[in-house]
Design a protein around this ligand. Structure first.
Ligand code: AP5
Length: 215
């Protein structure tokens, strides 16, 4: 069974690559960013609290994220393997994930894949990103445009530009990544399951490298 942690800065392509992995490996993708955005849209207490941090490009506090993940991991679809996209982002979250997997699900993280992309490219990727509010499909106005301007190829919904994809907010998100989340590379490096790959090429070429690791 595969339980994969996807590391990488904002805009590195974690969501894009997860879509390929789901198709080939049948894993479920758990994106903490997607869960938080759904909570913001639904106007829940969690959403209201998280929005302030997200709009500023800061991390949502660990206790909210860990509580949210504990609930998510109780669902049956996690039993066949998971892509953890955007979680963990701190050492405390990584320790909590190990504990939840070991104690509650009697399993463990099997692969940690980190996508490496230069900051200048990440800003361009995030500024040009558009996503479907209905199905979540991700586009880029230059690198992966929809067939018809501004609407999703799959369901025709009008594409949106995320609130936190403004240039200033992205720069904050990158700063938080370099100062905090990138420390996870050290946390996982000794596990023997950590792989860092170049995420700058064509998405299909990046995916070939991921497949080479997942087997
Ligand atoms: P989250 O939603 O997790 O955002 P992120 O990690 O910043 O990642 P992104 O979704 O921005 O990027 P991605 O790597 O998935 O890239 P994508 O495939 O879309 O988090 C948002 C916020 O929620 C955080 O700031 C924080 O506040 C909060 N949060 C979430 N989890 C948390 C946690 N665990 N703890 C605390 N707070 C948390 O690609 C980007 C663009 O590039 C797309 O347009 C795509 O088409 C294009 N692209 C992708 N690959 C390529 C390629 N190879 N070549 C050219 N273009 C490409």
């Amino acid at each position: 069974m595969i339980n994969m942690v996807f590391l990488g800065p904002p805009g590195a392509g974690k969501g894009t690559q997860s879509a390929y992995i789901i198709e080939d490996y049948g894993l479920v993708q758990i994106s903490t960013g997607d869960i938080l955005r759904a909570a913001v849209k639904a106007g829940t207490e969690l959403g209201k609290e998280a929005k302030v941090y997200m709009d500023g490009g800061q991390l949502v506090p660990d206790e909210l994220i860990v509580g949210m993940m504990k609930e998510r991991l109780k669902q049956d679809d996690c039993k066949n393997g998971v892509i953890f996209d955007g979680f963990p982002r701190t050492i405390a979250q990584a320790e909590a994930l190990d504990k939840m997997l070991n104690e509650d699900l009697k399993t463990e993280v099997t692969h940690i894949i980190s996508l490496d992309v230069a900051d200048e490219l990440l800003v361009e990727r995030a500024v040009g990103r558009r996503s479907c509010p209905e199905c979540g499909k991700v586009y880029h106005i230059k690198y992966n445009p929809p067939k018809t301007g501004g609407v999703c190829d799959a369901d025709g919904a009008t594409l949106i530009h995320r609130d936190d994809d403004q240039e200033d907010t992205i720069k904050n998100r990158l700063k938080v990544y370099h100062e905090t989340t990138s420390l996870l590379k050290g946390y996982y490096n000794e596990s023997g399951k950590f792989h860092e790959i170049d995420g700058e090429g064509d998405p299909k070429d990046v995916y070939k490298k991921i497949k080479g690791i997942l087997g």
